[in-house]
Design a protein around this ligand. Structure first.
Ligand code: M6R
Length: 369
């Protein structure tokens, strides 16, 4: 049932191009309009929404952090993202004009369930983005958008994450469509980019051997740091989480702009630092700033592992290891940039002799608060 792969995780990583396509299936009309009728939230309710709040845990939380950039950019609605476990304990401000999005692969995560119950008690509309049909979180929500990634068995989430991102992009565009901040031609352009992403992910998967080799060479490292900016920041957090749960290594993700406010003191000779570089085309200011960051950490001895778009030559002189990903629109880059980090963590776990599909102390769905 592992389809010839040693681990479910490897199988699920390989299934990502199809999973991403399946999330899009049947949701885009001929004129580029999104048909999310399954949402069952009346358009007049969506037009009334004055803020979006995303609640989730772990990897799903990272998907939420990325969704915030898309939602704010495409809808101009303020969007907060909160760890589900913290949410209700701080008495969040919610009312009938709040749209709460609960993201969960399993649909059974107790922290997320309690957060959405709290939100509904305050009168908010709750939309679940979920991978498991008929699970508790969608059943208790006002509406659900299923990710259709297929069953995810490995404890470490991979294809569920990519499809959560696609579902979040669809929700953001749909909100834009209904509220009139995003027009059919613009939506069509993004949808076209999304439709191509499966192939781009496939291309990334085909070039992963050097990443596996690099991971094996780092089996003895104590700490790996991850840096990113903009949507690359949650990607850095996700890369670090994967490494913690699979390789049992100390790993931290930072916003690259925060380096100078503390974390740069951690850099030691030979310390591996993975840097997710934004596109030089889109937000070129951020690109240039992160290139300076790479220079700074390298000057302090870091071994730099740079994930950068094809054609980005500015990073070449400062990359000890360069991992290329296809050029994508800025907001969609996490769909390709996360993949090498998944492969990296999986291979490092294997090299350290760890159980990839069932990491110690973890369960696939966390049904206690
Ligand atoms: O089933 P959920 O998406 O609600 O699970 C949330 C987290 O427990 C989950 O993403 C966890 O962080 C994964 N093991 C990460 O790989």
């Amino acid at each position: 049932e592992k389809g010839g792969y040693d681990y479910f995780m490897l199988k699920e990583i390989a299934e990502q191009p199809k999973a991403v396509a399946d999330t899009l299936l049947g949701r885009i009309g001929a004129e580029g309009q999104l048909t999310l009728d399954e949402l069952r939230i009346p358009p007049q309710v969506l037009r009334m929404v004055d803020k979006v709040v995303i609640v989730a845990c772990g990897t799903a939380f990272h998907a939420g952090l990325i969704a915030k950039y898309a939602i704010e950019h495409w809808t101009r609605l303020p969007c907060e993202v909160e760890l589900a476990s913290e949410f209700r304990y701080r008495d969040p401000i919610l009312d009938a004009r709040s749209l709460v999005i609960a993201i969960s692969q399993s649909g059974e995560t107790m922290d997320t369930l309690m957060a959405l119950r709290h939100a509904r008690e305050q009168g908010a509309t709750v939309l679940a983005i979920c991978n498991t049909n008929g699970s508790t979180i969608p059943r208790e929500s006002d509406a659900v958008l299923y990710t259709h990634a297929g069953p995810e068995v490995a404890v470490a989430s991979t294809k569920a994450f990519l499809t959560q991102l696609v579902a979040c992009y669809l929700v953001a565009l749909y909100l834009g469509q209904v509220r009139g901040t995003k027009w059919a031609d613009e939506i069509l352009a993004v949808v076209g980019d999304l439709a191509r992403i499966g192939e781009e992910v496939e291309r990334v998967l085909e070039t992963m051997e050097p990443v596996r080799e690099l991971a094996r060479s780092l089996a003895g490292a104590d700490t790996v740091l991850f840096l990113g900016r903009h949507v690359g920041y949650p990607v850095a957090l996700e890369g670090a989480l994967k490494l913690k749960e699979l390789a049992y290594m100390h790993a931290e993700g930072f916003a690259a702009g925060e380096l100078k406010h503390g974390p740069i003191a951690l850099i030691e000779e030979g310390m591996p630092v993975v840097v997710v570089v934004p596109s030089p085309r889109g937000r070129s200011v951020l690109h240039d700033k992160i290139v300076s960051n790479i220079q700074e950490i390298r000057a302090r001895g870091a071994r730099t592992i740079v994930i950068a778009e094809e054609g980005d030559e500015a990073v070449v002189p400062y990359a000890d290891h360069l991992v290329r990903v296809p050029a994508t629109p800025t907001l969609l880059q996490p769909l390709v940039a996360t993949v090498p980090l998944q492969v990296f963590a999986c291979e490092l776990a294997t090299a350290r002799g760890n159980e990839v599909d069932q990491p110690r102390n973890l369960a696939k769905s966390v049904t206690v608060e």
